[in-house]
Design a protein around this ligand. Structure first.
Ligand code: FES
Ligand code: MG
Length: 599
């Protein structure tokens, strides 16, 4: 069924105003009247707007949405709509074991059923913590009802002894300090807690700030909204505006497929480089694109993103935090710089009905220490390098976090400036790494490449953020902070480690990493985009035969029903780690008719 623009009738009227089936209409009406709505509200053709609530006590990053939802409701009501709030399966990045990565597709499935199966004409997606954003956008893509996202906003800046402490990023730093004996356990907890002074999501350029920024670039939230810190009054106002706007989006029948076009995704790739965005972004954008049927590939990240400079000086690639980003102009100021260079497809439409060019062109930078002008970047060529070779078909490396020290140590051979080579030490899962990293018998030195496997979407399951591994304590004391790391898992967007990650296919499904052995030499060539183990093809074939005879790469068995179901259907990180098969269900509000009556 079309939205209002198609037939003049709202989707919700099939429930509430259907004279041809008065029995069912009465049944639907009486129960929604039951919580205080009136017949007038339900039968007068007012758009029924869902508020998909991702905040709860279990999800502190998004918990402020419980407050913001009241302002969303007021906006919806003021514009003539009816608000109906409902819960979304909680996803808390730092609280969920074995990994929140397991829950993105579960929340997606749940939200698809709600949006499709209930009398909703449009939806406000409350987003924030890492996986809540892609889960919501994936569902909006599949159902294709008018939808607008409301970011909860980042926490206020963290401070410790006069210095900014960024959430997530400080954890990686603090654990090195603890290993070097510079702080004790109480100091460790205090330092980490200082980074999270208020409600909101991570104040660093981690996956949350990245995905909320890219949601704005994709056109799915109001311009200028992503960077507003959670506790600011502007955030409350933004919630009210978002509520008002979705009602008009229903009247205009402005749908996710009208906004999230290939142009919008390419804009998001460009902006991701300029903001120093998370290595989780390629996974999530791929997942959203596949649910819309928009063509996108991991290769697009290198082609359109690699040569874009880093403009935003936020941790982990830089020094500032979320409040500073907002004060400096947020996403529109970054987009404006990129527009000047012809790097943005300006005609992409956005939630406010205007194009991204109309919204952002000419937006000034308010603080050039935080957002750099295009010709004074923090780093040139700050996107992702997409690598492949005899160990995997694709993996990515975030170039914006390659430090000068790392470059000098590993990428400074004058004959071969973009390559390095070294022996590997292989860990099977994070437990193995934690147990053995400080073991002197491994003889890890500054030239060792650390490998993490068994951490992909099937092996873990959900793909754990464990590829950024710290060096052994004895090397940290010698000043070697970052060893090169490689793995089939993910890495927190708050980590500044220049790892090679998201390797697909993973060891658990027979990817080449399963054949690697401690002591093998691996050569990485960033110029050519290759990673290869220096072992003959014949030897690799022999190892594969032995692995298959042993029943394949071993990983712990599933502990919950969902883990088992997920493992049966999940695809690889390169392809968005979606439930393979789900992408056949596209734009179902338009293509699958209405769901059948329930009696
Ligand atoms: Fe929720 Fe970082 S842990 S946003
Ligand atoms: Mg994370």
């Amino acid at each position: 069924m079309e939205g209002r623009a198609g037939t003049g009738k709202l989707r919700s009227q099939a429930w509430f105003d259907n004279p041809a089936n008065i029995d069912m209409t009465a049944l639907y009406l009486e129960r929604y009247l039951n919580f205080g709505l009136s017949l007038e509200e339900l039968r007068s053709g007012r758009p029924i707007i869902g508020i998909a609530q991702t905040g709860s006590d279990l999800s502190p990053c998004n918990r402020h949405h419980l407050v913001l939802a009241e302002r969303v409701r007021e906006g919806i009501r003021e514009a003539g709509g009816v608000a109906i709030e409902f819960p979304v399966h909680p996803i808390q990045e730092t609280g969920k074991r074995p990994t929140a990565g397991l829950d993105r597709n579960l929340a997606y499935l749940g939200l698809v059923e709600v949006l499709y199966g209930y009398p909703l004409d449009g939806v406000v997606l409350t987003i924030g913590c890492d996986k809540t954003t892609p889960a919501a956008l994936m569902a909006a893509a599949t159902v294709n009802l008018p939808a607008i996202a409301l970011s909860v906003g980042p926490m206020l800046n963290g401070w410790h002894q006069g210095e900014r402490t960024g959430s997530g990023t400080i954890v990686w730093k603090a654990r090195e300090m603890l290993s070097r004996g510079e702080i004790d356990q109480a100091g460790f907890v205090k330092l980490v807690a200082s980074s999270a002074p208020s409600t909101g999501y991570c104040n660093t350029m981690g996956t949350a700030t990245t995905m909320n920024s890219l949601t704005e670039v994709l056109g799915m939230s109001l311009p200028g909204s992503a960077a507003i810190p959670a506790p600011y009054r502007d955030r409350q106002e933004n919630a009210w505006r978002t509520g008002k706007r979705i009602v008009d989006m229903v009247r205009e029948d402005l749908k996710p497929s009208d906004l999230m076009t290939r142009d919008a995704f390419l804009n998001a790739i460009v902006v991701n480089s300029a903001i120093g965005g998370s290595t989780n972004a390629p996974i999530h954008l791929q997942a959203i694109a596949r649910h819309l049927g928009v063509e996108l590939s991991i290769r697009d990240w290198q082609e359109f993103g690699l040569r874009v400079p880093l403009l935003v000086n936020l941790q982990p690639a830089g020094e500032y935090l979320g409040e500073d980003f907002y004060r400096a102009g947020g996403v529109p100021a970054v987009v404006a710089q990129l527009i000047e260079q012809g790097l943005i497809r300006e005609d992409a439409r956005t939630a406010n009905g205007r194009t991204i060019g109309e919204n952002c062109r000419g937006t000034p930078i308010e603080d050039k220490a935080v957002i750099r002008p295009f010709d004074e970047p923090l780093k040139p060529d700050a996107g992702f390098i997409v690598l492949s070779g005899n160990l995997f078909t694709s993996a990515i490396m975030k170039t914006s976090v390659i430090s000068a020290e790392f470059r000098a140590r590993y990428l400074s051979n004058p004959d071969d400036p973009d390559a390095f080579e070294g022996p590997v030490v292989v860990f099977d899962g994070p437990e193995d790494y934690h147990a053995r990293i400080d073991d002197p018998a491994l003889a890890i030195d500054a030239n060792t490449l650390l490998v993490m496997r068994g951490a992909g979407p099937v092996g873990y399951p959900g793909a754990a953020e464990v590829v950024n591994m710290r060096a052994p304590a004895y090397l940290l004391r010698e000043g070697v902070a970052n060893l090169p790391c490689l793995g089939d898992g993910r890495q927190s967007g708050t980590s500044g480690s220049p790892s090679i990650l998201n390797a697909s296919p993973e060891a658990a499904v027979g990817g080449g990493l399963a054949l690697l052995r401690t002591g093998d030499r691996v050569r990485i060539d960033l110029g050519r985009g290759t990673v290869d183990v220096l072992v003959s093809d014949a030897e690799l074939a022999q190892r594969r035969t032995a692995l298959e005879a042993a029943g394949g790469y071993a990983y712990p068995s599933s502990q919950t029903p969902w883990q088992a179901i997920h493992r049966t259907h999940i695809g690889q990180l390169e392809h968005g780690a979606i439930l393979e098969g789900a992408e056949q269900f596209q734009r179902i509000a338009q293509t699958r008719g209405l769901p059948r009556d329930n009696h």
